[in-house]
Write a protein that binds this ligand. Structure first.
Ligand SMILES: Cc1cc2nc3c(=O)[nH]c(=O)nc-3n(C[C@H](O)[C@H](O)[C@H](O)COP(=O)(O)OP(=O)(O)OC[C@H]3O[C@@H](n4cnc5c(N)ncnc54)[C@H](O)[C@@H]3O)c2cc1C
Length: 343
């Protein structure tokens, strides 16, 4: 992929970069995000990391601000439609320069190396290297997509939630990143575009960091005073400490049209009886009216929720691992739901 040319050319090897670029060119940016945009040229642009904050043990919020050149006027904004993503690229040879792990992430590193050592003992084998990307001579970079959850158009900054993956190449690189570092981002890659009041209900089923696109879409609907869509976000995490944006989700429930349901697959329960799905183990750890369940989201939960709505009055958004998406797809196909979108 020639990333510096005016119009990106496909390298023909089917790498992630090229496929996303081609798909992106077929899609339209919603009209309210049409305008002078720092990201509109199809090039990579420099953004400085201005903030890093832990969200859970493995997920961090990182803020990036556009590095303006002398020619960039104030009218040029950062326009990223909710639910769309950007591409972060890093030089393949980044390890050639010494980059110590940022202290902020050292807790994650210690915990993961313990888990890795345990895995190695269990499997007694070295993990194979994943060779996923184009390796032509010109491909000096590797890249990964990330989904902004908050965009400040005038400050020209965006926030992303980054979940570190053990052994992941970008994760390894980002563990060495600091506030002040400059990274290269490209976009905007749009997929789902919401139309105001298109359905009376919008239901999200998300897992882990898959919360990002659906959260930003729902947040933008809540900020639109003329959008009366009722929103329900069902989020799945492993345990209470792994809930992403818990305070944010709770404060969104103050809106008349937003409901949050959180399902925890591995939160311990001391009741140890048949009625576990309705036990009160979590009561003391929940906020007033906070809907958190210490059981995984099951098909009965999906059915009970969706059967409340009239057919074709709602749309479903899904984002998570392949297994999670497949599970939700199975549930909704049994209910003959036709209006749905997976990220
Ligand atoms: C449209 C889109 C939007 C996304 N948005 C976000 C977002 O907002 N936030 C976010 O955190 N992520 C997001 N992702 C995922 C993100 O792009 C990366 O895939 C993720 O950060 C992992 O990248 P990595 O380079 O660290 O891992 P990779 O190197 O790509 O590895 C992927 C997986 O393989 C495993 N692995 C790596 N090496 C080995 C090995 N040798 N043996 C066995 N297993 C191995 C890793 O543990 C990891 O689980 C998005 C993905 C898509 C497609």
């Amino acid at each position: 992929m020639d990333t510096e040319s005016e119009s990106p050319v496909c390298c023909g090897s089917g790498c992630t970069n090229c496929i996303l670029d081609q798909e992106n060119r077929k899609r339209k940016i919603p009209s309210n995000f049409d305008g002078p945009n720092v990201l509109s040229t199809g090039h990579y642009h420099q953004f400085r990391c201005t903030h890093i904050e832990p969200v859970t043990n493995s997920t961090y919020l990182m803020r990036f601000q556009f590095v303006a050149s002398e020619e960039t006027t104030q009218e040029v904004k950062l326009l990223i439609p909710p639910g769309s993503h950007l591409m972060l690229r890093v030089e393949r040879n980044w390890r050639n320069t010494p980059r110590p792990v940022n202290e902020l992430f050292s807790k994650w590193c210690v915990e993961t190396s313990r888990a890795d050592a345990h895995q190695a003992r269990v499997h007694r084998q070295v993990r194979p290297t994943i060779e996923k990307y184009d390796k032509t001579e010109r491909d000096l970079y590797f890249s990964r997509p990330y989904t902004p959850i908050v965009v400040n158009q005038t400050e020209r900054s965006f926030d992303v939630l980054i979940k570190f993956e053990t052994g992941g190449e970008m994760s390894q690189y980002l563990l060495t990143s600091n506030v002040g570092d400059v990274q290269e981002w490209k976009g905007v890659y749009t997929g789902f575009c919401w139309t105001r009041n298109l359905f009376s209900h919008l239901i999200g089923f998300v897992q882990g960091v898959g919360l990002a696109p659906v959260y930003s879409i729902m947040k933008s609907i809540l900020q639109d005073e003329e959008d009366y869509t009722r929103l329900c976000l069902c989020s799945c995490f492993s345990d209470i400490s792994g809930i992403i944006l818990r305070d944010d989700l709770y404060s969104m429930t103050k809106f008349w049209n937003f409901e949050s349901k959180i399902y925890l697959s591995r939160e311990s329960c001391t009741c140890d009886d048949e009625s576990r799905r309705t036990c009160s183990c979590l009561s003391s750890r929940k906020k007033y009216n906070e809907q958190i369940f210490n059981h995984r989201l099951e098909s009965i939960d999906v059915e009970n929720l969706l059967q409340k709505f009239a057919p074709n009055s709602f749309q479903v958004l899904i984002c998570g691992t392949e297994a999670f998406v497949a599970f939700i797809e199975t549930c909704i196909s049994k209910l003959n739901v036709s209006n749905w979108y997976k990220f």
